[in-house]
Design a protein around this ligand. Structure first.
Ligand SMILES: *Cc1c(COP(=O)(O)O)cnc(C)c1O
Length: 354
């Protein structure tokens, strides 16, 4: 039976991408060798890395604008460290909108002063702080565009002269933004781009080289740029599958095309959450994420019935994160609208049964 995969990450990927990836594991480009048993310095793999890097910039509208795209390792969690290592000389601002922002703050404090410009911790991160002021003289301001665990998303980004750094792990390539407003963007692949094992970093080159501390080579963005993202052996499989997903997205019409579908999916689910008395949304309405919808049952006695119906419908990955409880439907780019329809049908069936 077909599964409807609402997992928060690692998450669903397009079927055609999985098919091509599985073929490449057996025989890459008709070479008689597997993608994962050839040299990363071979002509065929260098072409994959180059293509993945340029597709990322092209889809974000950042080609020829002074940015470099890198496919690194260590997940978004290593970027919490690398960002501060490479950019934090004296002080930096962080907007605390959830678990991942809090983790980023913790690492940055090792390198300098952290100013928490705003926080929604007082309401267990169910909203995005607004109207906060941005003190002058900060090396950068760090934001988390989409809070995967709490289901909130920044809709309007601040206009400021302070360089903007953004963790876009769970909503990169999902909606149109003026990406040139950001000086550094990073995203672990496993939410909306590929398998776990690689992290996309898009950085404006002019931002780098300003801190006085010595940076170990493997943590130095400038080293990775000069080595064209091949300082050491990259995660070849994860980069290849990410490249396939980016090609799939380009063929579909790019970010503007997928955004329309993502909006439709989110609207379908949120209107059911709002109309059905058995369910209640977790996040503040105006800050709701189009990627991760968090909700709870209004009557917990219905839990077993709901979960049995979900199972019968082939829906998986709907459990909320332990810090929020309830349910979380992750509707990343590759999740078909049809899957959201199946979930909404289960929710309305619950209401019919009373
Ligand atoms: C999942 C996630 C992370 C952590 O990613 P890792 O690749 O596991 O280190 C960081 N930030 C956000 C917004 C995430 O969703």
């Amino acid at each position: 039976m077909k599964k409807h995969n609402f997992s928060a990450g690692p998450c669903i990927l397009p079927q055609e991408v999985l098919l091509k990836a599985s073929e490449a594991v057996l025989d890459f480009n008709g070479s008689g060798l597997s993608l994962i048993e050839i040299s990363h310095r071979s002509k065929d793999f260098v072409a994959v890395m180059d293509n993945a890097r340029s597709l990322a910039l092209e889809l974000l509208g950042l080609a020829d604008k002074g940015y470099q795209a890198l496919f690194l390792q260590g997940g978004a969690s290593l970027e919490f460290v690398m960002v501060a290592y490479n950019l934090l000389e004296t002080k930096a601002g962080y907007l605390n909108t959830g678990t991942w922002s809090s983790n980023a703050i913790k690492e940055a404090k090792i390198f300098g002063e952290v100013i928490e410009v705003g926080s929604s911790k007082d309401e267990n991160f169910r909203y995005i702080p607004k109207g906060y002021s941005i003190p002058s003289g900060m090396d950068y301001l760090h934001l988390t565009s989409n809070n995967t665990i709490f289901g909130t998303q920044i809709k309007k980004f601040p206009t400021t002269d302070t360089p903007l750094v953004c963790d876009m792990s769970s909503d990169i390539f999902s909606r149109e933004l003026d990406f040139s407003k950001f000086d550094l963007i990073y995203a672990g692949a496993q939410k909306n781009m590929g398998p776990a094992g690689t992290t996309l970093v898009v950085v404006k080159e002019s931002l780098l080289g300003k801190v006085t501390r010595k940076i170990p080579s493997i943590l130095d963005y400038q080293v990775h740029i000069s080595k064209e993202s091949m300082f050491n052996t990259p995660s070849v499989f994860a980069v290849y599958v990410s490249m396939l997903t980016l090609e799939w997205l380009k063929k579909l019409g790019g970010i503007s095309a997928i955004e329309q579908i993502n909006e439709k999916k989110a609207q379908l689910l949120y209107s059911e959450i709002d109309l059905n008395p058995l369910f209640e949304g977790y996040a503040n309405k105006e800050d709701r994420s189009i990627m991760n919808a968090t909700f709870t049952l209004t009557d917990n006695k219905q839990k077993d019935t709901f979960e049995a119906l979900l199972k019968d419908a082939g829906i998986i990955g709907l459990n909320g994160h332990r810090s929020v409880g309830g349910y979380r439907a992750s509707m990343y780019n590759a999740l078909p609208l049809e899957s959201v329809g199946v979930l909404v049908d289960v929710m309305s069936e619950m209401e019919r049964r009373g």
